[in-house]
Design a protein around this ligand. Structure first.
Ligand SMILES: Nc1ncnc2c1ncn2[C@@H]1O[C@H](COP(=O)(O)OP(=O)(O)O)[C@@H](O)[C@H]1O
Ligand SMILES: CC(=O)N[C@@H](CCC(=O)OP(=O)(O)O)C(=O)O
Length: 333
């Protein structure tokens, strides 16, 4: 028998605090019900992984989502980590239109850092809690296929080297891992038809995967609270915007936020009811977004899809206890 220590010196304040805690917990109830069994794609940006503390808290949040009955899929970047390794290796890199111009030499380092280091570290941190995370590269099992991306700057085509435009997503391997009760962790490297690999912006990769999986949410963690209306002059947070409002805003956005908001638009137009930008510097902001009434950050939503999600419409095959629970019964902690 396990007994809890009792505190005979508990005051009225302690009691009020306990009631507050219980109220906070119960606030999660409708959200637990709505998102149980749902797939949520979480994009973990390199700027939100700059300290050990943040990485550990992120892994805890992902495992919390898992135990709460959601099906989290992590797609990660690692821009600052790539830049640091390129610097250390004496390889120059520049950005055009928010994308890293990637030579063949830089591509080797991008792949090594994303799939060999960042991916391994996230998998390791999640798996401190149990045998959940399985790391993969977007190259694996044809998850992401890409071709050379072409961009126009001032009307002129600019070559970005091995930067990829996603041409296909085969979510089969990720879906199989989810069905097996795992947490897929995906790096944003794509396979090319010519046998090579491409560097894909991680926001774009996360959004493409969210669409292909039919996810209920795409949540992107970054190093600002969300979208600011008139950045950098003004940092007033936009808490919610619809597809038409976002389309009107896109031409005014600059580096960093542009691929993120484009990714939100692609996701929502592709059938994902809600796409969010949240502050990854705040420990457990992911949980505040999913389980509180107010949420945090910026949400882009399609009203019709969102209404169906919030009304609790379930995919036909949905059951409260899906096969992950069966596996858990079979011996998982
Ligand atoms: N309108 C905007 N609102 C908020 N941040 C913006 C905006 N425009 C540009 N940014 C910049 O975008 C950055 C986030 O993008 P990025 O650095 O690519 O992050 P990540 O590594 O998380 O993908 C912010 O730190 C901010 O400097
Ligand atoms: C083409 C391109 O720019 N790829 C990105 C991939 C990593 C990424 O997107 O990382 P964050 O999410 O941390 O920004 C890069 O090389 O930095």
């Amino acid at each position: 028998m396990i007994s809890r220590p009792t505190d005979s010196t508990a005051t009225g304040d302690d009691r009020a605090e306990a009631i507050d805690k219980a109220a906070n917990l119960i606030e999660a109830l409708p959200w637990l019900s709505r998102f149980h069994g749902r797939t949520v794609v979480v994009k973990y940006g390199g700027n939100a992984m700059v300290s050990e503390e943040l990485r550990v808290r992120f892994a805890e949040s992902i495992v919390f989502l898992y135990y709460a009955g959601l099906r989290p899929v992590v797609v990660h970047g690692g821009g600052p980590q790539i830049s640091a390794m390129l610097d250390r290796s004496g390889v120059e890199s520049t950005f055009t239109a928010g994308l890293r111009v990637t030579t063949d030499e830089a591509m080797d380092i991008v792949r090594m850092v994303l799939t060999g280091q960042v991916n391994r570290e996230i998998v390791g941190l999640v798996n401190r809690h149990g045998p959940f995370a399985v790391g993969m590269s977007g190259e694996d099992a044809n998850l992401l296929t890409a071709e050379r991306k072409s961009v126009l700057v001032d009307g002129e085509p600019v070559d970005l080297g091995r930067v990829g435009e996603i041409t296909g997503v085969d979510p089969g391997a990720v879906a199989a891992l989810l069905a097996d009760g795992r947490i897929p962790v995906v790096s944003s490297v794509a396979r090319a038809d010519d046998g090579g690999v491409y560097n894909v912006n991680a926001d774009t990769a996360a959004s493409a995967l969210a669409v292909a999986l039919g996810a209920s949410k795409l949540i992107m963690l970054t190093d600002v609270e969300g979208l600011y209306a008139d950045y950098p002059a003004n940092t007033e947070l936009v808490s919610r915007l619809g597809v038409d409002e976002l389309k009107a805003l896109l031409p005014t956005l600059s580096a960093g936020m542009l691929p993120k908001m484009e990714a939100c638009l692609t996701a929502v137009q592709g059938g994902v009811p809600q796409a969010h930008i949240i502050d990854g510097r705040v420990p457990h902001s992911l949980l505040l977004e999913v389980f509180t009434d107010q949420g945090v950050g910026t949400m882009v939503a399609d009203e019709e899809l969102e209404a169906a999600l919030l009304a609790g419409d379930r995919p036909r095959s949905w059951r409260p206890h899906d096969n992950r629970t069966d596996h858990t019964d079979g011996g998982r902690p």
